[in-house]
Design a protein around this ligand. Structure first.
Ligand SMILES: Nc1nc2c(ncn2[C@@H]2O[C@H](COP(=O)(O)OP(=O)(O)OP(=O)(O)O)[C@@H](O)[C@H]2O)c(=O)[nH]1
Ligand SMILES: [Mg+2]
Length: 365
């Protein structure tokens, strides 16, 4: 279930700073544009309070959270599509990701000049989108030429493909992103192989000054206004503050610090959870004295498929799943109590696993 979420944005918006708050692998941060010259990959724990709630009722040797892979990609700039800055190479790194976290500079800092001269997150969104659109356009043009050749020798299917690609082209030419173009399933198949950059799901992180961590600021308002017709998620995070929070070893100090900033939890926790859900992932749990563990599956997976994530034998020899809903377990306090109250469900091969299901797989191989 190795899905990747890429952190993108123009130079110096705080991408690496955010990445470092989450990852034990550390990325280089600096206030010079284009100092970063490689992407950093980190396996990040998905914060899930429920795991620790479960532990209160079932003492265990270890608690294992779900993980997600996050890539910190160096800043893009105008002209990246032509290899400006270090851009070109990184467009390739973006292609390999499954979803994007777009970090926007929404803070003033005289000591940190913006590469385009002023702080304007809406302009930055448009600039970055444009770079990706140009790149997608290249992919589309190439495929159009290919299909044109086959269409000329009478291939009807190629003609259908060309019609779809022309639609895509029109979208990109008007500065649109593919994620906003609704295609039928039979149209989608003509572009799946292109892995278009502007088709990837995206969420926006507004990196604000410390004081605006809880409520946002005027830059954030502009971003919200600009994106109001898109269903994109917008998070407000103060990256520098997050870095200080991440530095505390002591949980009490951390809580006090968060409280001062008007926050209930670190913003990066929200960010990782949103990324997880944007990737269409969810967690089910296994709960026992050896281990309480969150397992990652795609939304829509059935009980045998989910069992296969634990071990292929469990899928092959799947007999049934015993399922307790997280809330029932927390309210009733034990598997035994859930059974007595009829809250332990016996589910078969077609059961679609829900987020928070506590599962016990019966199998035979
Ligand atoms: N004032 C202020 N400075 C910040 C904030 N977040 C990051 N910075 C500073 O901005 C500079 C760039 O931060 P990075 O995290 O390296 O930015 P980046 O987006 O990874 O930059 P590139 O990789 O070069 O694109 C560093 O000097 C950070 O200390 C913030 O919230 N407020
Ligand atoms: Mg960086």
């Amino acid at each position: 279930m190795s899905l990747q979420c890429g952190i993108i944005g123009i130079a110096n918006t705080g991408k690496s700073t955010l990445f470092n708050c989450m990852s034990s692998v550390k990325a280089e941060t600096s206030n010079f544009a284009f100092t970063s010259n490689k992407s950093n990959i980190g396996i990040i724990h998905v914060p899930d309070r429920r795991l620790f709630e479960l532990e209160k009722f079932q003492p265990t040797e270890r608690v294992v959270p779900a993980t997600v892979e996050i890539v910190d990609i160096p800043g893009l700039t105008r002209g990246a599509n032509q290899g400006e800055g270090v851009g070109n190479k990184f467009l390739g790194d973006i292609r390999n990701t499954d979803a994007l976290i777009h970090v926007l500079r929404c803070f003033d800092d005289e000591n940190l000049p913006h590469i385009d001269g002023s702080v304007d997150p809406v302009r930055d969104i448009d600039n970055l989108d444009f770079e990706l659109q140009v790149k997608d356009m290249e992919s589309v043009e190439k495929k159009l030429q290919r299909l044109d050749k086959i269409a000329r020798i009478g291939d009807k299917d190629a003609k259908h493909g060309m019609d779809v690609l022309e639609k895509v082209k029109a979208k990109l030419e008007t500065f649109g992103n593919m994620r906003d173009l609704k295609l039928e399933a039979q149209e989608q198949k003509y572009i799946n192989d292109l892995f278009l950059l502007t088709a990837k799901p995206v969420m926006y992180v507004c990196n604000v000054d410390d004081k605006s961590a809880a409520k946002g600021n005027a830059y954030v308002d502009k971003v919200r206004e600009h994106l109001k017709d898109h269903r994109a998620e917008i998070l407000v995070i103060a990256a520098r503050l997050e870095a200080e929070i991440a530095d505390f070893d002591n949980e009490e100090d951390r809580m006090a610090f968060l409280d001062d900033a008007g926050l209930q939890e670190p913003g990066v926790n929200r960010m990782v959870r949103s990324a997880y859900s944007m990737l269409n992932l969810l967690s089910f749990f296994t709960v026992g004295p050896k281990e309480i563990k969150a397992w990652t599956i795609h939304k829509g997976m059935t009980a045998p498929q989910a069992a296969g994530v634990i071990h292929s034998d469990l899928e092959r020899g799947f007999i049934r799943a015993e399922v307790i809903k997280y809330n029932d377990f927390i309210i009733l306090g034990s598997e035994h109590a859930c059974k007595e109250k009829g809250k332990l469900m016996i589910e078969g091969k077609n059961y679609v696993v829900c987020d928070g299901d506590i599962m016990h797989i019966r199998f035979n191989v």
